[in-house]
Design a protein around this ligand. Structure first.
Ligand code: UDP
Length: 421
């Protein structure tokens, strides 16, 4: 094998297709993570193959993003959307198809980086069958999720067992924040090798628009008070808390106040139902005039929305990382976030934004008022937010840390021992 082909990596993301449109049901941070990591690694000379499950007949089997980075869609189970809690049964077929792809193309993936627990099971099989080394990013931990929802799915015990097994046996686990690592250690297992490598953001893209240009583009007055939410419609994202907090704000009733709730949804699906529920609350609270639902915001327009906002609010009940927070911060917009998980890592309280207890309407309302009533402080928080992202959360920085990790794993064992010794 020559040196170029040695730098080959499979990123496996069974349900999070890196080539699809982001911001709808089950398409969020994980899809962005895999795509951005993949593209950034290819710039560092890696041959990157990103594997996902094909969910519609009109999807191409292979999407070439650049000469060294592609998405490969395998047919495993019905060629239609399957909620992730029902996806486990199709994984053996996914493994089979991946092995077939390897054979047909004369490739063997020495290292696979798996994403979310479904893919981690695929990685465990590849390790068993052909000795692939496994790196794994959880994106969400079952044990935390099941503590915050009422309807525990049937697949829960399977998921918890797989999540424990991969932590104890993968060559390396990537925690995206110190908080996530702490949760793995205290709630999943004491065994296993965990590195902390955060999620990132495209700092050239986010941060490319200034506030005045953004406001002009969206038709907002210079003195508008703009509160922004971006994300999927999911009850655990806490949009209801934000809506109620804005209703309690001292600025409610001021014609300059705008609440933007951005994110896609499909009528009849779970995100469509959540959007209907939120719209119902907005109506009931008499907030229809000040609330805007722009629908799915494409990545191209997102910097304009973030830059136009006075504050971006991330009211999630839990968030292992929370890409939206760092995207807003990169655009120079302070963030008010729930004091949970990875948000405690990205948002520095009183410095780049404010952290408040999750689901606490009054605390969110008070935090929003503090920022809206003090434009100079707001600007200072935004500046620190931008600087924090520049120094800590660029995809290029994330990719170079992953590059070192994979390179270490690809070294023959003897060399690794020598280096360690
Ligand atoms: N997103 C988007 N358009 C939308 C809503 C969300 O592109 O209308 C993107 C957003 O920019 C971010 C991702 O979806 O990159 C959401 O990631 P996050 O980690 O915040 O949440 P998740 O969806 O993983 O729970």
């Amino acid at each position: 094998m020559n040196s170029t082909s040695n730098k080959r990596i499979a990123l496996i993301s069974v349900h999070g297709d890196p080539a699809i449109e982001i911001g709808r049901e089950e398409a969020g941070g994980q899809n962005v993570y895999v795509r951005q990591v993949g593209e950034a690694l290819s710039q560092l000379g890696w041959e990157v193959d990103m594997f996902s499950r094909k969910v519609s007949a009109d999807q191409d089997n292979i999407v070439q993003h650049n000469p060294r980075c592609r998405t490969i869609r395998l047919t495993a189970g019905p060629v239609e959307f399957v909620p992730r809690d029902h996806g486990f049964q199709y994984l053996p077929e996914f493994v089979k198809q991946l092995l077939k792809f390897q054979k047909e193309n004369g490739i063997k993936y020495e290292v696979v980086h798996t994403n979310y627990w479904l893919s981690s099971w695929v990685g465990l099989q590849l390790k068993k069958i052909q000795g692939s080394k496994q790196v794994h990013t959880y994106h969400s931990l079952g044990i935390i999720k099941y503590n915050t929802i009422d309807n525990i799915p049937l697949v829960a015990s399977q998921r918890l067992a797989v999540e424990r097994k991969v932590l104890e046996t993968a060559e390396r686990i990537v925690a995206t924040s110190p908080q996530e690592k702490h949760h793995m250690r205290t709630l999943v297992s004491q065994q296993g090798n965990i590195d902390i490598i955060p999620c990132g953001t495209n700092i050239k893209h986010f941060g490319s628009v200034d506030r005045d240009t953004a406001r002009a583009a969206l038709g907002f007055d210079a003195d508008a008070k703009v509160v922004l939410y971006v994300g999927r419609f999911d009850p655990r994202k806490g949009i209801e808390t934000l809506v109620r907090a804005v209703r309690e704000s001292k600025f409610f009733g001021d014609k300059n106040l705008k609440l933007i709730i951005g994110g896609g949804s499909t009528p009849g699906n779970s995100d469509g139902r959540e959007r209907d529920r939120i719209e119902g609350i907005v109506k009931e609270l008499g907030m229809s005039e000040c609330t805007i639902f722009p629908g799915l915001l494409k990545q191209e327009i997102l910097p304009t929305y973030y830059a136009a906002a006075d504050v971006c609010v991330v009211p999630s009940h839990y968030e292992p990382f929370g890409l939206v927070a760092v995207e807003a911060m990169a655009c120079g917009t302070p963030v008010i976030a729930s004091d949970v998980g990875g948000l405690q890592f990205s948002v520095v309280n009183e410095n780049t934004g404010l952290l408040v207890p999750p689901q606490d309407v009054t605390a969110f309302s008070h935090a929003i008022d503090r920022i809206l009533e003090n434009p100079e402080w707001r600007a200072a928080l935004g500046k620190s937010a931008n600087m924090r992202v520049m120094s800590k959360f660029s995809w290029d920085g994330v990719a170079s840390q992953l590059d070192s990790l994979y390179t270490e794993l690809l070294q023959p064992v003897k060399e690794r021992v020598l280096v360690a010794g």
